[in-house]
Write a protein of this length. Structure first.
Ligand code: ATP
Length: 457
């Protein structure tokens, strides 16, 4: 049995079964963008649903936010992004093709952690490496990842805005609104799921590095002396989320990020790294952002973001713990973990062993034969009955049973329910029962129609 696929296996399954397509494909594609088909949307929705449950709805101290994607330049000056949200860019001196200098070094077996731009350049020069086109590299520059947007009719600097580089800032700028509206007691958190945009130098590895991405983020506001407890609490929520998504512990490492490599705002960061088909890389991050963001926004907006701590009878600027998770990297980790190839009935099959909570469909219902009206009408009846209780099911009468099993296996449907002649009473012992086939083992059991929904639950 093959477990853990190559990137080609995943890309090909996603295209074949309609999960993910290259963005604007009929126009040759747009690098760093992907579009989602019906099944990709369902899988993403289910992942986000589990996130909302575990990070927000199972708690009592969380508030949702949905902020604008376009935010004025001032926000990004305050957050430090216009100054430091950049990557080292190196170009081919002849063709002008662009590469990320730290990635070029990593690919050459050199760890760029903690190196300045100049140190990275010296390290590259010392290797004598040429570009993939066989030319010299030109001297590097730092390249800012924010996407500028010009608002309105005049192109003055006053109208300069940016597509948000992270969802986090949408929560910090609404801190005061939330406090004034709901009067939450510390500690409390804001949660948001939404798009972010990064003008990545070299988007690559399918949906791992995108220019348009989606994040699931929490900003958790605390008293400063509470940070280690709150940090550990969110660490444990993230670990549980990984388990709920079926990510194997063999493929996950928690990496403590050293002083030189932490973001400018962070006092402690742990990255959850996952072994993707292309290597072990950042999946999610957990950061202690101190009072950096609220203090900076107070300063730049001239609006006080201090919080009146009624217990201590003093005004404080809360500190922040931030679990930050990318939807697409999570999706890629889920697909990597669930992908299987085995032999069933003497034939190779591919299936997705997705946890039931995130499988796009919970079950598929088939009539054994498409051209027998009595089977089809019974199957329709069973389908309608289940759908009332469990809406995420599909009716499938296309092709023979073997083909339908293949199709449902590849999209990760946990159960296939077949209505056959026994259901109709050909074998009186089995009247009003159906066969239920289990995706992972392929075993079939006879289940009474009346007991089906509770069986699926
Ligand atoms: P990297 O070092 O890989 O560029 P990062 O440290 O810049 O990532 P963060 O700013 O911590 O990433 O963003 C939080 C999360 O958002 C990441 O852990 C990841 O899941 C996701 N993410 C960040 N950049 C991208 C991207 N370009 N494409 C897809 N997901 C991303």
């Amino acid at each position: 049995m093959k477990q853990f696929p190559s990137m080609e296996d995943i890309v090909s399954l996603c295209k074949r079964r309609g999960f993910i397509f290259p963005g604007s494909e009929i126009y040759g594609g747009l690098a760093g963008t992907y579009d989602y088909g019906h099944l990709g949307v369902l899988l993403k929705e289910n992942i986000k649903r589990v996130w909302w449950d575990m990070f927000v709805d199972e708690r009592e101290d969380m508030y949702r936010v949905d902020a604008s994607l376009i935010m004025p330049a001032k926000v990004w000056e305050a957050s430090g992004h216009t100054e430091t949200f950049s990557d080292p860019l190196v170009t081919d001196a002849k063709t002008k093709e662009r590469y990320r200098l730290d990635h070029v070094l990593e690919d050459a077996g050199i760890d760029p952690a903690g190196m300045s731009l100049d140190e990275m350049w010296q390290a590259l020069v010392a290797t004598g490496l040429k570009t993939p086109k066989g030319n010299d590299y030109a001297e590097p520059v730092t390249f800012n990842l924010l996407f500028p947007v010009t608002m309105g009719a005049s192109a003055t600097s006053a109208s300069l805005a940016y597509l948000r580089g992270e969802t986090a800032q949408g929560m910090f700028v609404n801190f005061k609104n939330v406090v004034d509206a709901y009067h939450p007691k510390l500690p409390f958190g804001l949660a948001q799921v939404g798009k972010a945009f990064r003008n990545e130098i070299a988007p690559r590895e399918f949906v791992f590095r995108l220019r348009e991405l989606e994040q699931m983020e929490v900003e958790y506001f605390i008293r400063p002396d509470d940070w280690t407890r709150a940090f550990d609490e969110w660490l444990s929520v993230m670990r549980s989320f990984a388990v709920a998504l079926g990510l194997p512990s063999t493929h996950l490492v928690e990496k403590e990020i050293g002083d030189a490599d932490r973001a400018h705002y962070s006092k402690r960061t742990i990255d959850f790294e996952f072994t993707f088909p292309t290597g072990t890389k950042e999946l999610w991050g957990l950061a202690y952002r101190t009072d950096y963001d609220l203090s900076r926004h107070s300063e730049y907006s001239s609006v006080s973001l201090a919080y009146l701590d009624e217990e201590a009878k003093e005004k404080i600027v809360p500190h922040v713990i931030e679990p930050s998770l990318g939807v697409e990297r999570t999706l890629l980790a889920v697909l990597t973990s669930a992908y299987r190839e085995d032999d069933m009935g003497g034939e190779k099959r591919v299936y997705l062993a997705l946890p039931k909570a995130i499988a796009p469909y919970k079950a598929a219902v088939f009539p054994l034969l498409k051209n027998k009206p009595e089977l089809v009408s019974k199957a329709r009846e069973v389908f309608a009955m289940i759908k009332k209780e469990i809406p995420q099911i599909i009716f499938d009468d296309n092709g023979n049973i073997g083909k339908r099993y293949r199709r449902q296996d590849e999209i990760g449907t946990p159960y296939c329910i077949t209505i056959d002649f026994d259901t109709l009473g050909e074998n009186p012992e089995h009247i009003d029962t159906v066969t239920v086939r289990d995706r992972d083992s392929g075993t079939q059991s006879r289940v009474a129609i009346a007991a089906l929904t509770s069986y699926l639950r």
